[in-house]
Write a protein that binds this ligand. Structure first.
Ligand SMILES: [Cu+2]
Length: 330
């Protein structure tokens, strides 16, 4: 694509879902917490812009105005007022304003709608859902569903190195630090799909460490939770049966758990309901039978250095069967 040609640029955007600019945009807030961040950003952009224009105008004046008229610019009083007093007053006011509006980020008094633990892993996100009494309800990966309306508590941890949890349309970012627990509560106002991204360099595939947040109306969310707590669907055709056999025979279960089968590995993402997720491998591929087959046979090509080996031995019919089995796990 010739990026200097605007028409070509617009055409190039079409496959990206018509440039869904809202999906990962701190300036298109979809909840009260992101709203606060966006408001503060605008105050800073506009304030900073005005000051920039003012300073540029003064600089032009200093260069081109007649010498006797610009002399005051060099006076001691001007320098103290413009170089000391002005920044101290403006930055102090900004600090106080920041403290003031960020009080809105605290949700201590509001009842929480859910408690979700998110753990940064080597290039993917482990997601644990907890019930009201602190019991583990189910485990998923790379996709977080949350109810709209009330704040959800995110308990953020890291397994290996520092990652950072960031869903620009819903909240600011917060680091995930090994051997340390960070907590962050925020809400989504409108149902929708929002994209998150690891915001702290964590290794070779850091850029390929994204995830989706799907905000659902509360009753849709409850229905989804009930589905996720079920064990995996049993294969109902001989082809899917073959896929399940191959899954277990190839050792996939040493790293992946599929509830209701002997597969109980913990190193990789839980695959009990992999077929119901929007993306594969932390937002890298859309999720369908073709990309599933591609990922299984070429994981190291798609995301070099991730912890899943490529299964180049699986081809043709076998690869299709195992991918179809994955897709059937809704
Ligand atoms: Cu990361």
């Amino acid at each position: 694509v010739n990026l200097r040609n605007p028409a070509a640029l617009i055409l190039a955007c079409l496959p990206l879902g018509a440039c869904e600019w809202r999906i990962q945009n701190a300036l298109a807030p979809a909840g009260p917490h992101a709203d606060i961040v966006a408001t503060l950003s605008w105050v800073m952009f506009i304030g900073g812009g005005l000051i920039f224009v003012f300073v540029m105008a003064l600089s032009a004046y200093a260069v081109w105005a007649p010498a006797e008229r610009r002399a005051w610019l060099g006076h001691r009083r001007t320098i103290i007022a413009g170089g000391l007093a002005f920044p101290i007053v403006t930055l102090t006011a900004l600090l106080i304003y920041g403290f003031f509006i960020f009080r809105g980020l605290h949700v201590e008094d509001e009842p929480l709608a859910a408690r979700i633990e998110v753990i940064g892993e080597r290039f993917w996100w482990r997601v644990n859902y907890y019930g009201e009494d602190g019991e583990l309800l189910f485990v998923t990966a790379n996709e977080i569903r949350m109810p709209t309306g009330r704040p959800v508590l995110f308990v953020l941890k890291a397994q290996d190195v520092i990652h950072s949890f960031w869903v620009p349309a819903l909240a600011g970012k917060l680091d995930m630090i090994p051997a340390h627990v960070n907590e962050y509560a925020f809400a989504a106002e409108r149902p929708g799909v929002y994209r998150g991204q690891c915001a702290e360099f964590c290794g070779a595939q850091h850029t390929k460490m994204a995830f989706y947040v799907v905000a659902l109306l509360p009753d849709e969310y409850e229905a989804w939770v009930a589905e996720q707590m079920e064990p995996a669907d049993e294969p109902d055709t001989p082809f899917l049966e073959q896929g399940k056999r191959l899954f277990l025979a190839n050792g996939c279960g040493s790293c992946h758990r599929v509830a209701g089968t002997p597969a109980d590995g913990l190193l990789g993402p839980d695959l009990t309901h992999i077929g119901s997720r929007l993306s594969l491998a932390a937002g890298v591929l859309p999720n369908n039978i073709g990309t599933l087959g591609g990922w299984i046979s070429s994981a190291q090509h798609i995301k070099p250095d991730n912890l899943m080996p490529s299964f180049g031995n699986l081809q043709g019919e076998e690869l299709r069967a195992i991918a179809a089995y994955m897709e059937s796990l809704k």
